[in-house]
Design a protein around this ligand. Structure first.
Ligand code: PMP
Ligand code: GLN
Length: 383
């Protein structure tokens, strides 16, 4: 369903809402990108790399300095020790890592499981691979995985569970118990775990738990992350994937034919970022927690029912108390109506899940406090 039946090209929801926001001069709390730059030293490192001529193809696996930095970062924060030579692959954003992992392991006749709502590229790339996309719900109010539904969804055709934690769009962080049960199910059904942890440093109620760090998971887990969120450089599109050599090798083969290699001048700069002191990483989470609190209060004051966000850039607001049942319709009207843009949650779902999330909107809070205050003021006029 990437191409519409009428032959028109599909566009992502982020493009659609961002264009609407621009057309109406609205505050864009739709697409998740920060409006402030990340650490100056990494921006300077990228400028210096360009000036020094680091402008040709990077090695296919990524520059050695970045692979070593990814491995050290995982050891420092999680006690994991991926092999920098064979167990780390640099990708063009997490998006390419996700696509290459799905294409490497799933094809026609296979099923790929995700939770629902799911990040939009998951459904698209599972479709490109020709595999079937099966979902299990995350249920309001806390959006933890429905583990019974997950177990029921597993079959002899299930090849992979592609999961995202901390979770976009709901802002939930899966409990250690839920992750442990998910791993037990994956082991029992011999399912590969591909885990998208791009928001690993953006958690508000305690440290992130990588799937690969839990008992029984490492040998069947590919972990994906990205510089975009951690260092506020979403435009750099530098991501990485880590895991056991045999699994990473297959993904690398696919990556070779998708992009071959990724943005050379940014790789050393990201390596520098991954080596920043602990205070940087706790600082970004703390800054973002304040923004989350500010926007959540603003949305509540504007009459929305707000679901607690435990991580990511996002908070879910239910429009039902405002008398609105269709959040997708509201999202299309909101930029003109009050000058704020948000993303409707049903776009991250198949039809059944879309019905369950019909009145939910996703707001991004990775913006300056002045912008968040302005947005809250505009939203207050909805009542
Ligand atoms: N996965 C999730 C859950 C995301 O929210 C995003 C968007 N930031 C991505 C992957 C894509 O990351 P990147 O920009 O590094 O490709
Ligand atoms: N990951 C970001 C979001 O969920 C942006 C993704 C995109 O623009 N494709 O808003």
């Amino acid at each position: 369903n990437l191409l519409r039946p009428d032959g028109a090209l599909g566009i992502t929801i982020f493009e659609e809402i961002t264009a609407l926001a621009a057309a109406h001069g609205a505050i864009n709390l739709g697409q998740g990108f920060p409006d402030e730059d990340g650490p100056p030293e990494i921006l300077e490192a990228a400028r210096a790399a360009i000036a020094a001529g680091a402008n040709q193809y990077a090695p296919g696996r990524g520059v050695p300095e970045l692979r070593a930095a990814v491995a050290s970062h995982q050891e420092r924060f999680y006690g994991l020790r991926p092999d920098p030579e064979t167990g780390v692959l640099v990708t063009t954003g997490a998006t390419e890592a996700i696509a290459a992992a799905v294409l490497a392991f799933a094809g026609p006749g296979d099923e790929v499981l995700t939770f629902e709502p799911f990040y939009d590229s998951y459904g698209a790339v599972i479709g490109l691979a020709g595999a079937d996309h099966i979902t299990a719900p995350l249920r309001a109010p806390d959006f933890q995985p429905d583990l019974e539904a997950l177990e029921a969804a597993m079959s002899s055709r299930t090849r992979m569970l592609l999961l995202n934690n901390p979770h976009n769009p709901t802002g939930s962080v899966f409990t250690r118990e839920a992750l442990t049960r998910i791993i037990e199910l994956a082991v029992r059904h011999d399912v590969l775990l591909v885990t998208d942890e791009v928001y690993e440093h953006l958690t508000f109620d305690g440290a992130h738990i990588p799937v690969a760090s839990l008992p029984g998971a490492a040998e069947r887990t590919l972990t994906i992350s990205s510089a975009g969120k951690t260092f506020s450089v979403t435009g750099w599109k530098v991501g990485w994937l880590t895991g056991p050599e045999e699994l990473v090798a297959r993904v690398r083969t696919v990556k070779s034919f998708l992009t071959y290699s990724s943005g050379m001048p940014f790789q050393g700069a990201v390596a520098l970022g991954l080596g920043l002191p602990d205070a940087f990483f706790t600082g970004i989470a703390e800054t973002l927690r304040r923004k989350k609190d500010q926007l959540s209060s603003g949305l509540a004051a504007a009459g929305f029912r707000v679901h607690a966000s435990q991580g990511t850039y996002f908070v879910i607001a239910d429009c039902a108390p405002l008398g609105v049942v269709d959040a997708t319709d509201l999202a299309r009207r909101l930029p003109a109506l009050v000058g704020v843009a948000a993303i409707p949650v049903p776009v991250f779902c198949h039809p059944e899940g879309a019905e369950r999330t019909r009145s939910l909107l996703r707001f991004a809070f990775c913006k300056t406090s002045e912008i968040l205050e302005d947005a809250a003021g505009r939203l207050a006029s909805l009542q």
